[in-house]
Design a protein around this ligand. Structure first.
Ligand code: HEM
Length: 185
């Protein structure tokens, strides 16, 4: 929501898609999400820049292993910085910009096959909640932007939204976003 409020043209595009596909008379259903490619791209781009679990889970090397020329000694604790991978300019063009379009027409997915994009992790310990999370995040975001026209408080400029992150096991926005839902008749 913060990224969409900062980028009114992205909010507008996501909202237009919802109105075009669903209309204004009915609410969004889980089964509609497949027909909302732009909404899906917005969620993917959000998880790239703001992954909920930035360092995934801690791993322990059961045996000494060689990875890309580095020796990981037995019993080392290993953290995979998924947050940094999502912003690495070797894999992402204009990595710090919020550009959902980069995912349109791309096969890149968060199911653990594309190692430059691992917001749910990868391998045996990939997030077990992925199917539920994916359904819920799309449905919640779609419902919020389909049901309301979101405005910033008077005097707040979209560029003023503070995007500072609070690091931890999960990544949070340090300062909550303040937006006002407006119902359009
Ligand atoms: C957008 C939402 C979510 C994101 C981005 C997310 C992300 C992650 C990540 C990165 C991991 C670590 C994977 C790894 O180390 O390779 C993880 C693990 C896990 N997640 Fe999620 N998660 C989300 C929602 C959920 C939900 C809704 C549930 C449960 C209903 C859930 C349950 C779990 C569990 C149980 C693990 C540990 C899996 C294991 O170690 O075998 N997650 N998640």
């Amino acid at each position: 929501m913060a990224e969409l409020l900062r980028k009114p043209h992205v909010m507008h595009k996501a909202r237009n898609e919802l109105v075009e596909i669903i209309g204004t008379k009915q609410s969004v259903k889980e089964s509609d999400v497949d027909r909302l490619p732009y909404l899906q791209a917005v969620v993917k781009e959000t998880l790239r820049l703001h992954p909920a679990a930035p360092l995934l889970l801690p791993y322990k090397a059961q045996n000494e292993v060689e990875v890309c020329g580095f020796t990981i000694p037995k019993d080392s604790k290993v953290f995979v910085n998924g947050w940094a991978i999502g912003r690495d300019e070797r894999y992402w063009e204009d990595p710090f910009s919020f550009l959902p379009e980069r995912f349109l027409g791309s096969k890149l997915d968060f199911r653990g096959q594309d190692f430059e994009y691992i917001p749910f992790g990868a391998g045996r310990r990939i997030c077990t909640g992925l199917p539920l999370a994916v359904r819920m995040v799309h449905l919640m975001l779609a419902s919020l932007i389909h049901s309301f026209n979101w405005k910033l408080p008077i005097g707040t400029n979209p560029h003023d939204i503070d995007m500072t992150e609070q690091f931890g096991v999960t990544l949070k926005k340090a300062i909550p976003v303040h937006a006002i839902p407006v119902v359009e008749e």
